[in-house]
Design a protein around this ligand. Structure first.
Ligand code: CP
Ligand code: NVA
Length: 316
């Protein structure tokens, strides 16, 4: 596989081919194994990494910090209240300043446009740590976890239950359609993904041998290899809480839903989880749940993204 991601941005999996995604997953696997054996290559020695967070984070922030430390880079956490971005300074200027000092920039926030502007003007690799519409680094961790459980991605029946138009569902639909998974969204009609994105993903799925299905029928969990869910109220959408509960209560992942899905089904969630809402505590704590493997894999996959885009050792 001839793949070179040196100096590339990581804003959405839309920009990546199947081979490139598989390359990042295989690099993550390699770096995970090396860490388990106490081998640290310090691929990012002497580099400085800016971590911009407009929204809260546990996993993404810690994954970037630990990955930086493991690889010899120095991370700098910049919260919304620490810097001028979105206040008196526009993203274009912040991008140009940070690009003069840092080797790479992670951005988590509201608008996809902000991460695009940072990428356009900073001159250094920019990585999307979640926006209102996408969460591509999470999908790498999820796919790594699927590979660990099933030994493959192609042909896996990945069913997402819940808010079908949020960042997580979008990102999984994009990743699945690129890599040949059969992606199914089960959500109320009001929360179906945007038709334009579904159509775009449908085209990629045809090329990769996967499929994209959108339905409002919970009985369609049948035949799933993975049942995936996410919070009903994403960060920044708190005003929609009452409406979401009304719409989504029938779309909870329960033991019955798991049983209908199939005896070998695995439960996944990007976390944080609101147990009792989108998933019952019983399912969350069951042996079928691999949520903490996913959480750990955030670090290995984020490390792979930084190493692939920044390290000359991985530039061919
Ligand atoms: N899954 C995820 O992105 O978690 P955090 O919000 O804690 O970063
Ligand atoms: N959809 C969730 C994902 C959190 C990782 C949110 O945006 O809050």
């Amino acid at each position: 596989m001839s793949v070179n991601l040196y100096k590339r941005n990581f804003l959405t999996l839309k920009d990546f081919t199947e081979d490139e995604i598989l390359y990042l997953l295989s690099l993550a696997k390699d770096l995970k194994a090396k860490k388990k054996h106490g081998i640290f290559e310090k691929n990012l020695a002497n580099m400085n990494i800016a971590l911009i967070f407009e929204k809260n984070s546990t996993r993404t922030r810690c994954a970037f910090v630990v990955a930086c430390n493991d690889e010899g880079a120095c991370p700098e956490f910049l919260s919304k209240s620490d810097i001028h971005l979105g206040g008196k300074e526009d993203s274009k200027d912040t991008a140009r300043v940070l690009g003069r000092m840092f080797d790479g920039i992670e951005f988590r926030g509201y608008s996809q446009e902000t991460v695009e502007v940072l990428a356009k003007y900073s001159g250094v690799p920019v990585w999307n740590g979640l926006t209102d519409v996408d969460h591509p680094t999470q999908v790498l961790a999820d796919f790594m976890t699927i590979q660990e459980n099933f030994g493959k991605l192609k042909g896996i029946n990945l069913t997402y239950v819940g808010d079908g138009r949020n960042n997580m569902s979008n990102a999984l639909m994009i990743g699945s359609s690129k890599c040949g998974l059969n992606y199914k969204v089960i959500s109320p009609k009001e929360l179906f993904p945007e038709q334009a994105l579904t159509d775009e993903c449908g085209k990629w799925a045809k090329e990769s041998g996967g499929s994209v299905t959108v339905t409002d029928d919970m009985a369609d969990v049948k035949g799933s290899d993975v049942l995936y869910t996410d919070v009903w109220v994403s960060m920044g959408e708190e005003a929609q809480k009452a409406e979401r509960y009304k719409l989504l209560t029938p779309y909870r992942v329960t033991s019955e839903a798991m049983k209908t899905a199939g005896s070998e089904v695995v439960f996944m969630h990007c976390l944080p989880a609101v147990k009792g809402d989108e998933v019952t505590e019983e399912v969350f704590e069951s042996p079928a749940s691999v949520v903490f493997d996913e959480a750990e894999n955030r670090m290995h996959t984020i490390k792979a993204v930084m190493v692939a885009t920044l390290s000359r050792n991985y530039s061919f």
